[in-house]
Design a protein. Structure first.
Length: 431
């Protein structure tokens, strides 16, 4: 769904923001703002200019004269300390590349290039002054060399969106890491409790989504108590979620979706800063904890495609719920669940599709949701009376999904929804 994409974009945007937080103040900035990318390299040592020219000549670099690309050289030594060549190089990244002669590099961004079928050269381990390294979206293959453990100054490492394989990379010496993004690769195997990952006590952002890790979730995640964003989406993690979140009180984003997790919803009430919780497509069972709907910062909740049962309880709280996006479809709730949901007055997106509830849904109970834009009740029985023109359904609605609802007459209440952009009434029995 579009809203899921929006939140994934926000997650990746957070990593980009954190990746760009190093900008050496004592550097001369050289940007490519002319057809000749070497014009104005007055702040760089002649030898560094020569090496840079050699590096660019290893690739088709005709698209590199964009003003967001460039090199930065130290004012006192003339050494290149920062290099950004994004989305403009095509070719093979070789182990004898001139790149590895820049021994003073602190910031290196080579993301969004076309290094298809290139493996990661072990020579990256020689750039021991690196603080930021971004190699995302490059088509890189093979395993991460063990020499990466030499990069002990690294605070931010982004290897996402490649075709990297093997077990979790060795990061035992990268004690300064605050950002680690390995998402959208083909890493596999188990995350064992003694993994070097769990010694990275300064991590703020960890993204392992869209890989093939297949162990249970180790309790040792609780060691990473500075984490603000954690994504384990789309792996093969299984079993129950251990009680790790009492320590992770700084979390704002938590993605555990599309795994094989079982048991009850993990205890999260200590996460007062949590704004996004995604548990989509697992096998969680039991009821939704009542505190979850009134967590002070939670705006996005996705629990679709689980085995949740029972009714929905609303925790007594003087503070209104902050929830704006709530997706509960494809579960097995029982009883009248709409009335408690009607108290979530800040909702803009609500998915209650295919709940298997025996109670017909009365649309009038949504009248308190004055900001509701998106409503999906597909696969449920809807009270025919509430489909009439007298219905007090929110007039703000722009998208409605009433598929497979057994509707026999065209819902006249739709005629007064002047903000409507999309309606899906497919697979009904309307004459």
């Amino acid at each position: 769904m579009a809203t899921m994409s929006e939140w994934l974009v926000r997650l990746h945007f957070l990593s980009l923001v954190l990746l760009c937080c190093v900008s050496p103040s004592s550097c001369a900035t050289i940007k490519f703002i002319t057809s000749d990318p070497l014009v104005g390299l007055v702040g760089c040592h002649p030898h560094q200019i020569k090496v840079f020219t050699q590096f660019k000549n290893e690739f088709d670099a005709r698209r590199c004269n964009h003003n967001y690309n460039g090199i930065w050289c130290d004012n006192s030594t003339g050494a290149v300390t920062k290099l950004r060549l994004r989305a403009c190089l095509t070719g093979t990244l070789k182990s004898n590349s001139s790149l590895f002669q820049f021994h003073h590099l602190r910031f290196l961004d080579l993301s969004h290039n076309n290094f298809a079928s290139s493996s990661l050269p072990s020579e990256f381990g020689n750039l021991t002054k690196l603080e930021v390294l971004s190699l995302s979206f490059n088509g890189l293959t093979g395993q991460v060399p063990s020499s990466f453990s030499n990069l002990s100054m690294l605070s931010k490492l982004d290897l996402s969106q490649n075709d990297l394989t093997g077990s979790f990379p060795l990061v035992s010496n990268l004690n300064k890491l605050t950002v680690l993004d390995l998402s959208h690769n083909h890493f596999s195997g188990a995350l064992y409790p003694n993994n070097s990952l769990f010694k990275l006590h300064h991590l703020l952002y960890l993204n392992l989504a869209f890989n093939n890790f297949n162990s249970s979730i180790p309790y040792e995640f609780s060691n990473l108590n500075q984490l603000k964003a954690l994504s384990l989406s789309s792996n093969g993690f299984s079993g129950q979620v251990p009680s790790i979140f009492s320590n992770l009180t700084r979390l704002t984003l938590l993605y555990l979706d599309r795994n094989k997790l079982i048991g009850s919803i993990p205890l999260l009430q200590n996460l007062t800063m949590l704004s996004v919780l995604n548990l989509y497509e697992n096998h969680f069972s039991g009821t939704i904890p009542s505190y979850l709907l009134t967590m002070p910062s939670l705006t996005y909740l996705d629990m679709r495609g689980n085995d949740l049962t029972g009714s929905i309880e609303f925790d007594n709280s003087s503070t209104p719920s902050s929830l704006q996006y709530m997706y509960l479809g494809h579960n097995h709730f029982e009883g009248n669940i709409i009335e408690p949901i009607s108290k979530l007055i800040n909702l803009t997106h609500l998915d209650l599709s295919f709940l298997n509830t025996s109670y017909p849904i009365d649309l009038n109970l949504f009248s308190s949701l004055k900001s509701l834009l998106h409503l999906d009740l597909s696969g449920n029985s809807i009270s025919p009376a509430s489909l009439s023109s007298d219905s007090s359904i929110p007039l703000t609605l722009a998208m409605i999904f009433f598929k497979h609802c057994g509707i026999k007459k065209f819902p006249n209440m739709l005629k007064k929804l002047h903000s409507m952009q999309f309606i899906d009434l497919s697979n009904n029995r309307i004459n």
